[in-house]
Design a protein around this ligand. Structure first.
Ligand SMILES: [Zn+2]
Ligand SMILES: [Zn+2]
Ligand SMILES: [Zn+2]
Length: 475
């Protein structure tokens, strides 16, 4: 392999590493070895033995140690969904998420094509207000509205006039920040985040009951229909969680999980109405907090948005909905400007402050309410997520295929591309004894070369796909 040095000149340290690698393992062998990581910024290194065993007898047919491989380890992509940690893996995750979400509305990827005919809706469930914050919204003609223009605005007990006539820019740092930090109910917001998952669960139960009533009224046996959903959680700038969900109406045969069309008689408008009703009527009070004596009422905010989905056209298509959900699946608290990992007794002081900025006060609220054992302790465990301890993407098992299945399909493809041994017959199993060796590439040169090789491979795949598309359209 030749390395062509072009201006601007390469960093001398990296040049040294490139030459060293060529002299030890050689680049060709090394790049082939790491190709499976697909350009991961921070791969996991595994060390140990890989055995091929006879499935029937358990007899070891062949054994290979990672010590015979370049660097003595296997490299495995980190697989994170968070773009801030590894952009490449997050992109893969987003891509996979998009396809599995979309397959649940259009069919494909082992989902029957008939799902395209099922009524479906897209819903956004937000948190209620915990105090006025700076906002940005657009008029119908695309003009930015004044943030919070109030001619007769009141002045809060802390002397802050609760009005803001600014037209904030898209990335303005004020967005999502309270007009008065002292008036804002930070405790209520983190408690809401902590109970958002429970609110979602109860909303689904309410929706199921409403659906049963509507079905009965339409002369349909309620036991023959069910709602299936996929949901993504996202942080708003103010640090409150909100959910986007796709909901599909399926038919049901008791004891059978396969995806079948619902009986006729219920349409997408019915689904949208059932969800809107459930969203506005579901409410409950938290248990009393042992030390503060407070209890909070948990309900959705008034900005409940439910739309029907039209295939291939209309206001919201299946592509919009899936793209929207997939995009948010790769974000955590990035939009709130807070990025720390799990907090501990020793690290929390750097982030929590009852007199600090908005995020510091939210983290403080989590930490102080989370001192008591039991359910409230979750607030401490999830203080770095501002109280939200749920999953960022959840779906009914039978929505479509799984991320795991997509990953397995991709890994199988990669194995074929880089197969060193002949394919294993079905009667053998791979038994691996691998242990964690570390995370990340050994040198900057390794990181650079692995990522550019992966980029080239992606480019070639894209070209191949385009060439195939061209061939197909010629038929
Ligand atoms: Zn990665
Ligand atoms: Zn403002
Ligand atoms: Zn105030």
């Amino acid at each position: 392999m030749t390395i062509t040095a072009t201006a601007p000149a390469i960093d001398p340290g990296i040049a040294r590493q490139i030459i060293d690698r060529e002299a030890t393992t050689g680049w060709d062998a090394w790049l082939a070895h790491v190709a499976g990581t697909g350009g991961c910024a921070s791969p996991i290194r595994l060390r140990g033995d890989l055995h091929t065993a006879d499935a029937a007898t358990g007899e070891i047919l062949s054994a290979r140690s990672t010590s015979s491989m370049p660097d003595g380890v296997l490299y495995k992509a980190c697989g994170t969904r968070r773009a801030a940690i590894c952009p490449t893996c997050a992109k893969t995750y987003q891509h996979d998420a998009f396809h599995l979400i979309r397959a649940g509305i259009t069919g494909g990827k082992s989902v029957p094509e008939t799902v395209a005919g099922h009524p479906a809706a897209f819903a956004t469930f937000t948190a209620p207000a915990f105090g006025p914050v700076h906002t940005r919204s657009l008029t119908a003609s695309g003009q930015v509205r004044p943030c919070r223009a109030r001619r007769d605005a009141e002045t809060c007990p802390h002397g802050v006039r609760l009005s803001c006539t600014a037209r904030h820019g898209e990335d303005a740092s004020e967005l999502g920040r309270p007009l008065c930090l002292d008036c804002y109910d930070h405790e209520a917001q983190v408690v809401w985040n902590a109970f958002a998952g429970e609110l979602w669960r109860r909303t689904r139960i309410t929706a199921d009951r409403a659906l049963a009533r509507r079905a009965k009224a339409a002369g349909i046996d309620p036991a023959t229909v069910r709602l299936r959903y996929v949901k993504v959680a996202e942080f708003q700038r103010r640090g409150a969680i909100h959910f986007h969900a796709l909901i599909r109406l399926d038919g049901r045969i008791p004891g059978d999980d396969s995806i079948i069309p619902p009986p006729p008689g219920l349409d997408a408008d019915t689904i949208a109405a059932v969800l809107a009703d459930a969203g506005s009527s579901t409410v409950f009070d938290t248990p009393e907090h042992p030390t503060t004596g407070r209890s909070w009422t948990i309900r959705w905010g008034s900005q409940l948005d439910v739309r029907t989905i039209a295939l291939g056209g209309g206001e919201m298509t299946e592509g919009h909905a899936a793209g929207y959900l997939a995009k948010y699946a790769t974000k955590a608290t990035e939009d709130t400007g807070h990025l720390s990992g799990r907090l501990t007794e020793t690290t929390v002081a750097a982030y929590a402050d009852p007199e600090g900025d908005h995020i510091a006060r939210l983290i403080h609220a989590c930490w102080s309410l989370g001192t008591v054992a039991g359910d409230w302790a979750r607030l401490r465990r999830w203080a770095h997520m501002l109280g939200f301890g749920g999953h960022f993407m959840t779906k009914a098992r039978a929505w479509s295929t799984t991320l795991g299945a997509l990953r397995e399909a991709r890994a199988a493809w990669a194995r074929c591309q880089h197969a060193v041994d002949s394919p294993e017959p079905d009667t053998t199993v791979l038994v691996n004894y691998l242990r964690y060796d570390g995370t990340g590439w050994h040198t900057e040169a390794d990181a650079l070369m692995a990522s550019s090789a992966a980029a080239r491979a992606r480019e070639q795949r894209q070209l191949a796909r385009e060439a195939l598309d061209e061939l197909n359209t010629m038929d």
